[in-house]
Design a protein around this ligand. Structure first.
Ligand code: ZN
Length: 601
């Protein structure tokens, strides 16, 4: 938290070093011989532990095995050395991404179609300097530049960022991971990583992605055909094809032409404070909670807000959340929920209730206007606050199982489910109103168009996700010492087959940060999306829809309260009241009928 939010630059620097030291210490902790021996001696008595205690016992022993503790001493030491080496290499890969910069100069004519407001910001003398490494620069050009050559040039620079530094590192990291996995008795790093997730093994994850890939083929083809139609019209070339540097531009054109959607015009309906209170009302009511604003004992920024959460019926205090919602220099620049204090049962029988913080970057208020959120911002707020609810309602006995400490391929599902709320007219009408004239609600047709426009490119969006997921799994199951140099060819081949052929001589994987701390885990986005869509049906079929208290109560008691203290598969099915189904997800992304072997409702 200090590293991400402190207003003191020196303090932020110091915490980076402290963190490195802490991480190294934590790897070392796994190899504490005395601790391992004590636990092992206890394990040898074959204790009969049940429920959460049994799970803690099983996972503790499993984690020792995964660290190599049951290997003979020389091999164990080798695994420890390799893990520390891996930790250094991955830190370097990540620093190279942070440091990578590439300025690309364009003339005014080359930037035809790009908004003036953007041009003003990148003007340098007679030319314009665009930074390939600044995401919003990159996206603004790729989505708006009318000239293909411009989009292509910038994409090639972008997909070569950190190439010289990170490809050699990847060629060390991937075989090293493979070696570690094999030393520990796994077929691959992908199998090692997925063992402790919902999918359990790499084959299941690959199979899931492959099925989706095939199922999405017709929709993806149809979407690309739409892009092509626009390109043919724009260029006059009857044979025009859609390339990797084209899809963002033509999906933007498609949205503009066919759905006449201007998402910006929705901002007036979403002044920050009104949205926040509206969301509070919904969550308080469906989960049976009450939130009360309290004075923060310590504030790292002036506009910090602190709230206490209690059970609405019993008044039992449940936890606290901080809101640090607007950007500033040196602050974490995404949106996330941070755990400050985890829930757990204390030795004396008292329960330590959690404290969390939402660290967000919504548009700051100006002197003329309140902070006005985009519809996507509202979706993000509902999502992140869902994580806060997950943390705060916990009743897990042990901190390692409490709140959001569930398998990584499940943790996003409840929050992704809550994103559905902001696409519902009734939900939006409960709080969204034009800040200049609150009698004005969001016109139904704008919301409908926004939905249609989203669905119109969903095939493309998912095929891109799948191309990343399949590449990630392939790199972590096919690369070993003998073929480390194949890293680039293998990844470019898969990315190209599942999405669009990569631009010649580019190295996308050099700048793909997920390969470090989400390694063999990228599939998890689609996996959790599928569970989220399934879980949403509980509310959709409930008498009061997204306002249904009984469904909310079930989410609270079956998913949020247990956390990881029991198998999440059990929690999901208890919440659903039936076995899981992939059907709601397929329907949501518009391919309900295309996947062989799935049942229809
Ligand atoms: Zn999330």
């Amino acid at each position: 938290m200090l590293k991400e939010t402190s207003t003191n630059a020196m303090l932020r620097e110091v915490t980076i070093d402290a963190l490195k030291e802490l991480q190294e210490w934590m790897v070392g902790l796994d190899y504490r011989e005395d601790a391992y021996k004590a636990v092992k001696a206890y394990a040898d008595k074959k204790p009969d532990l049940k429920g959460e205690d049994g799970k803690l016992f099983f996972e503790t022993m499993r984690d020792y095995r995964r660290a190599g503790l049951d290997l003979p001493k020389p091999e164990r030491d080798q695994v420890e050395r390799m893990r520390k080496e891996l930790s250094r290499l991955t830190t370097d890969y990540e620093s190279n991404i942070t440091k990578a910069q590439k300025a690309v100069k364009f003339t005014r004519a080359e930037l035809e179609g790009v908004p003036d407001s953007f041009l003003e910001q990148v003007k340098t003398g007679d030319d314009f300097t665009v930074m390939a490494n600044i995401t919003w620069h990159y996206l603004t050009i790729e989505e708006n530049a009318k000239r293909e050559e411009t989009r292509k040039r910038l994409l090639i620079e972008h997909d070569n960022l950190a190439r010289n530094e990170n490809i050699p590192l990847l060629e060390k990291i991937l075989p090293l991971r493979d070696d570690i996995a094999k030393k520990l008795g796994y077929k691959s790093w992908a199998d090692y990583q997925t063992e402790i997730k919902m999918v359990k093994n790499a084959a299941t994850a690959i199979d899931f992605l492959e099925k989706l890939k095939t199922g999405l083929q017709p929709k993806f083809d149809a979407e690309v055909a739409e892009f092509r139609k626009i390109k043919v019209k724009e260029t006059g070339d009857a044979n025009a094809q859609i390339n990797i540097w084209d899809w963002r531009y033509f999906s933007n054109q498609l949205k503009k032409e066919k759905y006449t959607v201007d998402a910006e015009q929705l901002r007036v309906y979403f002044p920050y404070q009104r949205v926040l209170e509206g969301m509070f009302n919904i969550y308080q009511s469906i989960f049976g909670l009450k939130f009360e604003r309290v004075e923060a004992p310590y504030k790292w920024i002036g506009d910090l807000q602190l709230y206490a959460v209690a059970d609405a019926k019993t008044d039992e205090p449940l936890g606290l959340f901080y809101l640090d919602m607007f950007p500033r220099e040196g602050k974490y620049n995404h949106f996330a929920q941070f755990d400050l204090i985890r829930g757990k049962l204390l030795p004396g029988g008292k329960y330590q209730r959690p404290t969390v913080a939402l660290i967000c970057n919504f548009p700051s208020p100006t002197k003329d206007e309140p902070s006005l959120l985009s519809h996507q911002d509202v979706e993000t707020l509902f999502h992140e606050f869902g994580h806060a609810m997950h943390s705060i309602m916990t009743r897990a006995k042990f901190a390692r199982f409490s709140g959001t400490s569930v398998p990584r391929d499940f943790v996003e599902a409840p929050s992704q489910m809550l994103e559905n709320w902001v696409w519902d007219k009734n939900v939006l009408d409960s709080f969204a109103a034009d800040y200049r004239d609150p009698s004005k609600k969001i016109p139904a047709e704008i919301l409908a168009k926004l939905k249609e426009a989203k669905l119109a490119v969903e095939g493309t969006r998912y095929r891109r996700q799948l191309s990343f997921g399949l590449t990630d799994l392939a790199l972590h199951s096919r690369i070993h010492d003998d073929n480390a140099k194949e890293t680039m060819p293998i990844s470019n081949k898969i990315l190209g087959e599942v999405f669009f052929p990569m631009a010649p001589d580019t190295a996308f994987v050099a700048y793909f940060g997920h390969l470090m701390h989400y390694d063999a885990g990228y599939y998890g986005y689609a996996w959790a999306d599928a569970i989220a869509a399934d879980m949403a049906t509980v509310f959709e079929h409930a008498p009061k829809g997204y306002f249904d208290e009984a469904a909310g109560h079930r989410l609270r008691t079956e998913v949020y309260e247990p956390g990881d203290s029991r198998d999440v598969n059990v929690s999901i099915e208890k919440f659903l009241g039936r076995p899981r189904s992939l059907e709601p997800f397929l329907k949501m992304i518009g391919i309900g009928q295309n996947l062989a072997g799935t049942r229809t409702e």
